[in-house]
Design a protein around this ligand. Structure first.
Ligand SMILES: [Fe+2]
Ligand SMILES: [Fe+2]
Length: 135
């Protein structure tokens, strides 16, 4: 069974952000599946790296969209993105240096890392943008 399941209550009302979020969910699931299959460290490292690259791209996209639309909570949202990026990068460093390996705890951390931001901050931003006619 997949670690995470996309469902409609995760929709933030922004078409492109939803597409990105679905992709992020599927990347976290791929990492989880690869871990369960006992894939090599190289394979896992590649997926984790791809997740980081995609996350940064997605955060940049949202920040651009929020800025263009004068989202009042832009600064705190951006700060949260920066923190999330730092967290996943330090996880990546620890994984690559061998000080941690992927475990269900790490995967649960990633699942919550993604879900909590979407369900709280992205949802608020989506509501604001929707009220301005942006979908
Ligand atoms: Fe997002
Ligand atoms: Fe966000």
């Amino acid at each position: 069974m997949a670690l995470m399941e996309w469902n409609d209550n995760m929709s933030v009302g922004l078409e492109t952000a939803d597409i990105h979020h679905k992709k992020l969910v599927s990347m976290v699931n791929s990492l989880h599946e690869a871990m369960l299959k006992g894939e090599t460290k190289e394979v896992l490292a590649k997926i984790l790296h791809a997740l980081i690259v995609y996350t940064e791209k997605h955060f940049e996209y949202e920040e651009g969209l929020f800025k263009t639309n004068n989202y009042p909570d832009y600064d705190s949202h951006k700060r949260e993105h920066d923190e999330l990026t730092a967290q996943v990068k330090s996880l990546n460093d620890e994984f690559n240096s061998g000080s941690i390996s992927l475990s269900i705890e790490v995967m649960t951390f990633l699942k919550n890392w993604l879900t909590e931001h979407i369900m709280d901050s992205d949802m608020k931003a989506g509501k604001y943008l929707n009220s301005k006619g942006v979908h």
